[in-house]
Design a protein around this ligand. Structure first.
Ligand code: 4AD
Ligand code: MG
Length: 482
């Protein structure tokens, strides 16, 4: 008898009718001393096990409790009851692990509604709930679809370093990496920390982005993408920021800004369509949860579309493409700005857009995903390509409803003299990035790329509202439990 998951059984149940099978999982519920709802994580659907208690030892029946783990051998039959197509008539029951019943009372495994905050405190047990089972299966499907999208288009998957000396975004939001004894840090004659004595013989940090190394790979392999963890020591306690998150960064030789926007749009639509096609049960569950959540809100704040409907619409419609300059005009003329309803009112051209402005454009003004491009050079990173107006750079951000920025990218400055000047203006040390400069010295070509924050896409697709609930073990200020 082969080991099988509940998902495998349900997909092909006709093949197994009236056969004996073995199945293992955790008890979600035990009703009338007779019906076990068993779940093994492979699907949101529970398998019903029918236990004729007359046939089993009393001790076994006593230990079939919520959360205990079982191995069942039994016959697959068509279900008599409603709610499931098949059930298993148990012939053998083995309790793999029973419960510390008293301790169970204070855990989220207790079958009742728990707040998301409480679930977060017991993140190690969240995988056992319907909600987080669905979220993490969808997260998997998204990751898989991302690899599949790029592989189909002949992109090569490149692993860039997590420990690096570079600050790719030039924003200084880095976690240092060192093996110094913090109680005895070596100093030079000026009293400065002497990094030459540190593990790597220099100052190092956790990467904020693999882009710069990714660019060097694209300058030989043509089309590449990275998919790895990135770290930001920004003190942002919001529902959209993590200190450790996963980023996907494609980089393409010979692409310009428009190619880059096309790629980003195709990419997001492909991944969302993949989830629509492959995660039907989980999405239906999340859709229902989303709808119930909306009912709790005042009518004005309710979403206009259901979750699945929203995903289908994003795939169907072309994203609106709007220049930063047009966006500022729209924001300046908005009622919100005139009535000072924004926390950060827009004063004029050059302002950095906050998430409230991005969401106004997407949710109120255009009611569609929006790609903003050609941002003022002063509010963007040093590597973005200068436009002919000498005021803006070839940057692009993709903004999504409920999320704000989901993708940030640009065409890169491939002209070494322009890049040099920009680095000087922005105090980025050219000597530190000598290897990056080399890509502009030996056969430099136009190229472009972007970064997608995986968790922001998972948020959007699952309809969850806090980014801490779409990564198994979230890292944020004052929290690194587990
Ligand atoms: O806009 P960002 O900072 O761009 C870069 O890092 C570029 N090097 C990307 C590139 O061109 N290759 O970050 C890219 C995306 C954002 O759009 C957002 O989705 C996500 O990463 N992101 C975060 N997600 C969660 N928590 C944070 N603290 C994030 N910061 C950025
Ligand atoms: Mg950005």
């Amino acid at each position: 008898m082969n080991k099988m998951t509940i998902s495998e059984l349900l997909v092909d149940y006709k093949k197994f009718l009236h056969h004996d099978i073995t199945i293992q999982g955790w008890v979600r519920a035990f009703r009338s001393n007779r019906f076990v709802a068993l779940n093994d994580g492979s699907t949101i659907n529970n398998l019903q096990i029918v236990v004729d208690f007359e046939n089993f030892d009393e001790n076994i029946i006593k230990n079939i409790n919520t959360a205990s783990s079982l191995k069942i051998e039994g016959e697959v039959v068509e279900s008599q009851g409603s709610g499931q197509t098949i059930e298993i008539i148990a012939k053998k029951i083995c309790i793999l692990g029973d419960n510390f019943t008293e301790e169970l009372q204070s855990t989220i495994l207790q079958p009742k509604k728990h707040s998301l905050e409480k679930l977060r405190e017991q993140a190690h047990l969240r995988f056992r709930t319907n909600l987080f089972g669905a979220v993490f299966r969808v997260r998997h499907a998204i990751s898989f679809a991302i690899h599949s999208f790029f592989n189909d288009r002949q992109f090569f998957y490149i692993n860039t370093p997590l420990i690096t000396g570079a600050d790719a975004e030039g924003a200084g939001e880095m976690f240092g990496v060192s093996n110094f004894d913090f109680n005895n840090i070596p100093r030079d004659e000026n009293g400065e920390v002497d990094y030459s004595q540190d593990f790597f013989g220099r100052k190092t940090n956790l990467t904020v982005s693999g882009q710069l190394e990714g660019e060097t790979a694209a300058m030989g392999l043509g089309r590449i993408y990275t998919f790895g963890p990135t770290f930001r020591a920004e003190n942002s306690n919001t529902t959209r920021h993590l200190a450790e998150f996963w980023m996907i960064e494609p980089e393409v030789a010979f692409n310009n800004l428009e190619d880059n926007i096309d790629l980003a749009e195709d990419f997001l639509k492909y991944v969302i369509q993949y989830v629509l096609d492959h995660c039907k049960d989980d999405l239906q569950f999340l859709d229902k949860r989303f709808a119930e959540d909306q009912k709790q809100k005042p009518e004005k704040e309710r979403a206009k579309e259901g979750l699945i409907e929203k995903l289908e619409n994003v795939v169907a419609k072309r994203f609106k493409r709007v220049s930063y300059t047009e966006a500022i005009e729209i924001l300046l003329n908005s009622k919100e700005n005139k009535k000072r309803k924004f926390v950060y009112p827009i004063e004029g051209w050059g302002a950095d857009l906050q998430s409230e402005h991005e969401r106004y454009l997407v949710e109120k003004h255009f009611e569609s995903p929006v790609v903003l491009f050609d941002y003022p050079k002063d509010i963007k990173a040093f590597y973005m390509r200068m436009n002919e107006d000498n005021k803006t750079v070839a940057a692009m951000d993709v903004l999504f409803p409920g999320i704000g920025e989901i993708i940030g990218g640009s065409q890169r400055e491939e002209r070494i003299d322009v890049l040099r000047q920009k680095m000087q203006e922005m105090h980025v040390d050219e000597k530190e990035l000598w290897w990056y400069m080399d890509t502009r010295k030996f056969g430099s070509v136009p190229h472009a790329g972007f970064g997608l924050g995986l968790e922001r896409l998972v948020l959007f697709i699952t309809g969850m509202t806090n980014i801490r609930d779409v990564i198994p073990f979230p890292r944020y200020p004052k929290n690194a439990e587990f």
